[in-house]
Design a protein around this ligand. Structure first.
Ligand code: PXG
Length: 290
């Protein structure tokens, strides 16, 4: 595999960053997880936009423009002959001193890895998954804003550990007020009386790109879509529940904290949205090979 680092391609054994990089020392940096389907990079513009918004929020100056960044991503796919896969885009603060001061890190580093995706097993999409609420609360807006896709994922990793310890693959994270925020690497939706509901961004959720696509698809197919604050009670009493994310796509949920959702099987609306989403990923995106 050839890894892009700051404009050059390195064999994966030689792709290295400094131990003084603040991305490593402090989690000071940002990232994106992007998918390629059928020789196209899905929602490339949206991912690059979100990367630049994250950068702005942490006062990180990305040494490439948006267009150059998109070209670097597509070229890294070409270098690795990727048609289907997962692209990890990372921008770190760069090498500095052992102190926190980011101003001493003169050169932010850009890393692009285009490889294979680790998917949930196919049975999970047929049978649905079980998730649990965990004790670790989602970061506050006034602390590390959850809208920033930062390299500091410890909040989510702690929640993931708690879910795995409970025998589940994903965790529902609540915010400090007790409202549902999101999962560790996915946004969450419920279907109730033909309406699609998902927590508002103000509840402490990432501006998920899959979330946006699903909301747009749902509106187009005549569903009512809204973003009210949701509680665990709303999840328990939903007709259907599913998660969205670049990796998971749409993953049906059939049990939350031991409560069976709907009839305990992936719901009709969820299944319809899954097939609509899959159809879209096959035909839409930035072509890698002209
Ligand atoms: N919430 C969080 C906290 C995320 O990290 C999503 C929601 C879904 O957003 P998108 O834009 O992908 O629809 C994410 C992103 C991985 C991986 O390796 C995936 C994410 C984060 C970190 C790693 O699969 N999901």
């Amino acid at each position: 595999m050839k890894i892009y680092i700051d404009g050059k391609y390195y064999d994966e054994r030689k792709a290295m960053v400094s131990v003084f990089d603040h991305g490593l020392l402090y989690g000071d940096g940002i990232f994106e997880g992007i998918r390629a389907y059928n020789g196209r990079v899905f929602k490339l513009n949206e991912h690059v936009d979100r990367l630049f918004f994250s950068a702005k929020a942490i006062l990180l100056s990305i040494p490439l423009g948006r267009q150059e960044m998109m070209e670097a991503i597509v070229e890294t796919c070409r270098q690795n002959k990727v048609r289907e896969g997962y692209i990890r885009l990372v921008v770190t603060r760069g090498a500095g001193t052992l102190g926190l001061n980011p101003n001493l890190c003169k050169n932010p580093s850009i890393i692009i890895i285009a490889g294979k995706i680790q998917l949930y097993p196919p049975e999970l999409y047929e049978q649905g998954m079980e998730i649990v609420t965990v004790p670790t609360v989602r970061n506050l807006h006034s602390a590390v804003n959850p809208a920033i896709k930062s390299l500091n994922y410890l909040n989510n990793i702690l929640a993931k550990i708690e879910a795995l310890n409970a025998g589940c693959q994903e965790a529902v994270m609540l915010n400090a007020e007790g409202f549902v925020a999101e999962c560790t690497g996915d946004n969450i939706f419920i279907v109730r009386e033909r309406q699609l509901l998902t927590p508002p961004l103000s509840a402490g959720t990432l501006h998920g790109i899959t979330r946006r696509v699903v909301m747009d698809m749902a509106v187009e197919s005549g569903l009512l879509v809204s973003e009210p604050n949701l509680t665990r009670y709303d999840l328990f009493n939903a007709d259907e529940c599913f998660l969205t994310g670049t990796g998971a796509e749409l993953a049906p949920v059939v049990k939350v904290d031991g409560r069976v959702i709907g009839n305990g099987k992936p719901g009709a609306t969820t299944l319809r949205l899954i097939s609509q989403y899959r159809a879209l990923t096959k035909v839409s995106g930035e072509p890698i090979y002209e």
